[in-house]
Design a protein around this ligand. Structure first.
Ligand code: URA
Length: 222
């Protein structure tokens, strides 16, 4: 289902199952085990939705009884998944269950403290990107969009792809606007577009810090 206001933004408010997964992720009582399981499930369903937008090929297939027509989702074989550490790890696990041929890139991106607020990328491992590839960038929370704009700039240095798709759980309208302004060609798949960002850059009503919910809050070394 396409979100009304933007081209190529897909959200799934009318999918009861995706909404049930989202409800579990939002619930503050959901612990890390169920939270990670929810992200894996959502990744899998988002991958199914993406395959609906991929090119297919009709092929002959012989059953034990006769020949008939079958389908191959050709583009499923040319996928690169970029995992933005750390909350995207379970999302990627779900995506790759459906997109099992995918080559995988891993990047870390974190925002520097005031006054610079620049995005630091300390770890970047990205495979060669080919013209037939669909590049899927997995990042659960599309908040300000700054991280994803920086990741897209980086990814584009590794070759030009056929399609660039961002997969997340929730997006804020502000983040979508910024990404679509910088990269109009990018497609966005999220369970839901939420209301807004608060002053600290959290999505409202949101689900909190996705990394902390999935893996626990980090502490400073002693
Ligand atoms: N990142 C998160 O984990 N949660 C938000 O609400 C925004 C960014």
């Amino acid at each position: 289902m396409k979100a009304e206001r933007w081209d190529d933004v897909y959200s799934f408010e009318n999918s009861p199952f995706i909404m049930e997964i989202l409800t579990g992720l939002r619930d503050e009582k959901t612990g890390p085990i169920s939270f990670r399981k929810g992200l894996v499930k959502l990744g899998r369903y988002m991958a199914y939705e993406i395959t609906k937008t991929m090119e297919i090929e009709r092929v002959p297939v012989k059953t034990p009884l006769e020949e008939t027509e079958g389908v191959i989702v050709r583009d499923r074989r040319s996928v690169v998944i970029i995992t933005v550490l750390r909350a995207a790890i379970p999302l990627m696990e779900g995506l790759i269950k459906v997109l099992e041929h995918a080559r995988v890139g891993i990047v870390s991106a974190s925002r520097e403290k005031a006054p610079k607020f620049e995005i630091e990328m300390n770890y970047v491992k990205i495979p060669e990107i080919k013209p037939e590839d669909t590049v899927i960038i997995a990042d659960p929370m599309i908040a300000t969009g700054s991280t994803l704009i920086r990741v897209l700039e980086e990814v584009k240095r590794y070759g030009k792809a056929k399609r660039y798709v961002i997969v997340g759980v929730l997006a804020a309208p502000e983040g979508i606007e910024r990404i679509k302004k910088a990269f109009p060609e990018v497609e966005i798949f999220v369970a839901k577009v939420d209301r807004e960002l608060n002053d600290e850059g959290y999505i409202l009503p949101g689900l909190g810090d996705a990394g902390d919910r999935a893996f626990g809050a980090p502490v400073k070394a002693q």
